[in-house]
Write a protein that binds this ligand. Sequence first.
Ligand code: ADP
Ligand code: ZN
Length: 294
Amino acid sequence: MVIGGIEAGGTKMVCAVGDEAGNLSDRMTVLTGTPEDTLPRMIRYFKEKKVEALGIGCFGPLDLDRKSPGYGSITSTPKPGWAGCEILKVFREALSVPVGLDTDVNGAVLGEVLLGAAKDCDTAVYLTIGTGAGVGVYCNGALLHGLVHPEAGHLLIGRKSGDSFPGVCPFHENCLEGLASGPALEKRWGRPAAELFAREEVWELEAYYLAQAVSNYILAYSPQKVILWGGVMHQTQLFGLVRAKVRELLNGYVRHPALEEELDGYIVPPGLGDNAGIIGAIQLGRLAAERMNG
Ligand code: ADP
Ligand code: ZN
């Protein structure tokens, strides 16, 4: 089956074509302009590729409540033109194929559960820490939604004593995104995160905040795998630091070998690497087609 996928982000839209098994045959990126200039280019691409289904992993917040009149739309984003965009309907009508939509991070966790590092897990968490922080949750064999959808990138965490950095989240004084995203690192330390590699204190503090979030995900969701990625986690020295702090924070309370001698295989980068999001989006398309066919 020829399946299209979109990883829809605030700065760029990655479009790709692939199959059920996670093989990618083509890819194209467009910068995210207004919907009026961005959507037609993507539609043209998928028409040319003759896709039979499409999956979209999209920045949020999204209305994913199938009973809601706004189902399938982007709700309250500040990105010019995109608030209220009925992205699901636009592609469904333009392509006349089944279209699946979920958050970008739910797409990524789905990709990892089906084809990546969380293969065969019933419950897994995917945290991306980049321009923002976002969390996809796969819970008991399905992507987790609810009132809206999890927003665990804004998990409220405790500040390290003496840390008076105001944070970069306009909503929260002490959430993960505000204290530990790429822009937070840059504002706190005065240089782009990628240039801070040699500064040990940067990554010690970063790991302290990431580990709090990860510990809380472990306590709340009991995932069988925790996947961390996004631009900031390209500082792969963070993995060891985060694991050590998670062990410290949980302090032996949750008893399982995964949290003790197997921790290196429990808090991991995505098996699909930077393709987790786009391969997951294609899987959203496959699932939409399967739903359609009964
Ligand atoms: P997005 O979140 O927009 O999808 P990314 O996941 O690439 O994109 O995140 C971009 C953020 O990650 C930027 O704030 C950037 O400073 C940071 N970043 C990118 N590469 C690195 C790196 N090698 N080390 C640390 N931070 C990085
Ligand atoms: Zn926040």
